[in-house]
Ligand binder design. Structure first.
Ligand SMILES: CCCCCC/C=C/C(=O)SCCNC(=O)CCNC(=O)[C@H](O)C(C)(C)COP(=O)(O)OP(=O)(O)OC[C@H]1O[C@@H](n2cnc3c(N)ncnc32)[C@H](O)[C@@H]1OP(=O)(O)O
Length: 358
């Protein structure tokens, strides 16, 4: 999944052939990603305030912090590829510098007031996550990690936050079940790594019930604001599956092993207040004032100095990163085997044929 040196060199050549001028903001991002991919974190002495051109370059490069060279290379390749396709597509109309939208069908991505908002937008299926949605989210986080927004916020359309993995992802896959499980494990690993790597504050606005991976991921968030209508449910044993998104590590650490087992082994569904008491939720709001109160709060947070927040997050996350990558890899290998088990296949078939609901 990572871009090779050859992909990077192709992207460098492609930039010279762009039909449209990408604009200064994008040029700076390309410059910063190129420098990070080749030289690593910013090593250029800070230019004087009046040296506007070099100061802008320094700011853009410095804002990438300790982003790994490989990730910078991948982001560079992705950015060039999006520029190449958009320079061939008809104009979509002009948007303000801090207000842009990149739409995909079931994942909405908008940027406003310094916040990238990523919305699960499949309300008729309770926002269950399809394979394409996993890929859309990986891309949205990649873009948000280097754009000019300050934080990323996840929420859901409709009555649910998210009902977790779409249980038909495997039954609808083309090819054999083993191939589907193997592809699923690779996709899941990349998906969770994109949350581990996200360098800016990451917040969930949990507007309603959350199930499965949408709950376990919260252990990798910096803030979780929940409506008092939200519930938190991880029915892995009932599904013949095992925990993911590093929850086998983050949940016991956060709430102690007994309470983590209650959720991850026995599938106890928590109310928003119970989840708050276990440290999974930052704050619970009454449903009728939830949206107004939370978004007002987030807009205030988005005005805090972005570099200070990024650097503080880096300090908090730094000593955990290698552990999180390792836990993620092991959870994915375990799940790959679980998906092929009779317990799991029976549970999925039972859901799909609607013989029983959880
Ligand atoms: C790359 C692979 C990565 C895998 C990562 C591993 C992740 C694991 C998990 O996330 S495990 C958790 C999986 N989720 C569930 O088990 C939830 C299943 N859904 C339900 O139990 C219920 O639908 C409900 C409790 C969420 C809501 O119940 P109810 O209010 O009665 O509504 P409906 O059941 O009628 O649902 C409406 C509509 O949505 C479809 N749907 C809901 N959730 C899912 C889902 N997770 N997968 C697929 N489809 C879902 C449901 O089938 C209905 O569709 P229909 O109207 O019948 O077409």
């Amino acid at each position: 999944m990572r871009a090779s040196q050859q992909d990077f060199e192709n992207a460098l050549n492609q930039v010279k052939l762009l039909k449209k001028d990408p604009g200064n903001e994008v040029k700076l991002r390309l410059y910063a990603l190129y420098k990070q991919a080749t030289d690593g974190p910013c090593n250029m002495p800070k230019p004087g305030m009046l040296d506007f051109v070099n100061k802008a370059k320094w700011d853009a490069w410095n804002a990438l912090g300790s982003l790994p060279k490989e990730t910078a290379r991948q982001n560079y390749v992705d950015l060039v590829s999006s520029l190449s396709s958009s320079s061939e597509a008809p104009s979509q109309g002009k948007r303000g510098a801090d207000e842009k939208a990149r739409e995909s069908k079931d994942i909405l991505v908008t940027s406003e007031d310094g916040i990238t908002k990523i919305t699960f937008n499949r309300p008729t299926k309770k926002n269950a996550i399809t394979s394409q949605m996993y890929r859309d989210i990986i891309l949205a986080l990649k873009n948000a990690s280097t754009d000019n927004t300050v934080m990323a916020v996840f929420t859901g359309t409709g009555d649910y936050y998210c009902s977790g993995n779409d249980l038909t992802n495997f039954t609808s896959a083309t090819g054999g079940i083993e191939e589907a499980a193997s592809n699923g494990a690779v996709l899941l690993r990349d998906f969770v790594n994109s949350f581990i790597d996200f360098p800016k504050p990451l917040v969930a606005v949990v507007n309603g019930p959350a199930v499965g991976i949408s709950v376990t991921l919260l252990g990798l968030f910096d803030g979780v604001f929940a409506s008092d209508r939200a519930t938190f449910h991880t029915p892995f044993s009932q599904l013949g599956q095992s925990p993911e998104a590093c929850s086998s590590y983050t949940f016991p650490k956060m709430m102690g092993s007994a309470k983590a087992a209650e959720m991850l082994l026995f599938g106890k569904k928590l109310t928003a207040r119970e989840a708050w008491a276990q440290g999974l939720v930052t704050e619970v709001f009454p449903e009728n004032t939830f949206e107004t109160e939370v978004w007002t709060r987030l807009k205030t947070y988005a005005k805090l100095p972005p570099n200070a927040m990024r650097i503080s997050k880096e300090l908090i996350r730094k000593n955990e990163k290698e552990k999180l990558y390792a836990v993620n890899a092991e959870e994915c290998t375990t799940l790959q085997a679980r998906w092929l088990s009779e317990e799991c296949m029976n549970a999925i078939m039972s859901f799909v044929s609607r013989k029983s609901k959880l």
